[in-house]
Design a protein. Sequence first.
Length: 320
Amino acid sequence: MADTSGAPPEAGLLDRARLLTAPGLDASVVRALERITGRPAEHTPGSVPEGPVLYVGDTLPDALRDGRLVWFHSVYAGTDALLAAGPWPDGALLTRTVGRMGERIAQYVLGWMLAECQSVPEHTAQHARGVWHRLPSTLVAGDTAVVHGTGHIGSAVAALLRACSVRTVGVRRTPGGPLPGFDRVVAVGGAEEAEELAAARWVVSTLPLTGATEGFFGGRRFAAMRGASFVNVGRGASVDLDALEAALRDGTIRRAVLDVLPDEPPGPDDRVWRLPRTVVTSHSAGLTADEDVVTDFEACWDAVAQGRTPALAVDTGRGY
């Protein structure tokens, strides 16, 4: 059985690897990669050279799926599209760029929560109509946010919310002990998850897209909520849009904020624009910057040089 866990390549193999970079990488990033690896970078040629290859980019050229790839570093955090494009080369390490994405996404989530508490959508609507009417405001403190996904992004979201005195509940695939940033952690699919969904004012998804998470938020999960607001900063295909629309229309979901969609970008006639009490943003909650690519690649390089599996390695079997 192929090893999918993200074991580092052998030192000798990496020493001989040629550094290939995607054409779209900024010149400053390429120069930094050359400095870190101590070798010149080559843009992806028409025919990939012989010998081991270290590739940095967004998509993997089909020519590198034949066994020459020893390491691919993605300039993005999500790797579902990369893994869905074809079989992953046996033994090739896959790492990803996260950078300050957790911090950016956490601020995005908190921003929309505060907007709800300060009646920003209602004030905006009143302004458009030229209406002066005092609206109530509430505090985020003391209410519950259920965060699905307790990895790097989910933990960052929980930590920021907890700093604002929000009670944070993490939902994870496997049972486990306490996690930093969370007041409570429960296993997915059990009575405890349903109990917390019923108590939540906000439900936040940071889930990656895998076979287990496709359509994860469906009718049963939305029915367990009791007027929560739903924020999706994970993957669009983790949400059954039919079920979400039904929940918005019957009131089990108060409102929705969707930074990710199953199909992007949506056309002008896409149904998402007509979902009630919903805001769609352009997959921009956690954009990665050039400095994120350099910082995370260097951390991975240092780990590999010491024979360790990088913290940002992806288990290509699990998909995250």
